[in-house]
Design a binder for this molecule. Structure first.
Ligand code: HEM
Length: 220
């Protein structure tokens, strides 16, 4: 539906897009700016150093653990209707890190950013957490592309690419199921707005991490 019609419908409280369509459209710009970051460009060009790649995985591991812990602590019905521990990704990142010889250490600047992100995630609840989950689940699509960009340049075996592989060929099907559960859960305008804010916080947090990793000159 066109912008003016959608605006008029919104003024009367009529919703013309699903919650997931809203999430996608309100975060499109944030996604675009992430793709433009030095670190993301290095990933896409396959010029990222092994050390930087490991740093990125370590930061993501911490983010996934923080979001999963918050989701699994939650008693919120919306959260419970969408999330299940089978969606965890922290295990896959940990396996990649183990195979790549990650030490768990991060450059001081990145450590500071990641600690702040963990605190912000712990402060989120309900639909806001689902917004964060939307960003991490959606990133599975980009992961499949990045997998192809880094495998050869970094000489990674399949066993070292579990995180970017995720559900592999089952990705679209899994994300369709996620989309359905999210749309059913976020049927109220207030919940939808809270989810959008959570997704925007998650994109801002990931952007800060990738910007800081880029500033560390870890990217070749
Ligand atoms: C760095 C390079 C990246 C590339 C090349 C990339 C690429 C893509 C592509 C091709 C899609 C699918 C678009 C579509 O099907 O319409 C996508 C979707 C998405 N990506 Fe990325 N991505 C990148 C990074 C990220 C990061 C860092 C995040 C967040 C952690 C992220 C989150 C998302 C989300 C939330 C979606 C939307 C899923 C949906 O609503 O269907 N992406 N990405």
């Amino acid at each position: 539906m066109g912008g003016a019609v959608a605006d008029a419908a919104a003024a009367f409280g009529i919703r013309t897009m699903t919650a997931m369509e809203q999430l996608r459209s309100t975060t499109r710009e944030a996604h675009r700016s992430i793709e433009g970051l030095v670190f993301a460009q290095a990933l896409m060009r396959g010029t990222v150093s092994r050390q930087a790649y490991i740093g990125q995985l370590e930061a993501y591991r911490r983010v996934h653990v923080a979001v999963e812990e918050a989701l699994e602590r939650s008693r919120d019905q919306l959260v419970r209707s969408v999330y299940s521990p089978s969606m965890r990704r922290s295990g896959d990142v940990a396996l990649d890190l183990q195979a790549l010889g990650g030490t768990g250490a991060l450059p001081t600047e990145v450590e500071e950013v990641v600690s702040r992100v963990e605190a912000r995630v712990a402060g989120d609840a309900g639909a806001g957490l689902l917004g964060r989950l939307y960003v991490l689940e959606g990133s599975r699509r980009g992961g499949l592309i990045l997998r192809r960009c880094v495998q050869e340049p970094l000489g990674l075996s399949d066993g070292e690419l579990k995180y970017f592989t995720g559900y592999g060929e089952g990705t679209s099907q899994a994300l369709d199921g996620f989309t359905e559960r999210m749309n059913a859960a976020l049927s109220g305008a207030l919940d939808e707005a809270a989810a959008i804010e959570g997704a925007q916080r998650m994109f801002a947090d990931v952007a800060e991490i990738l910007r800081t990793l880029g500033d560390c000159k870890l990217a070749a």
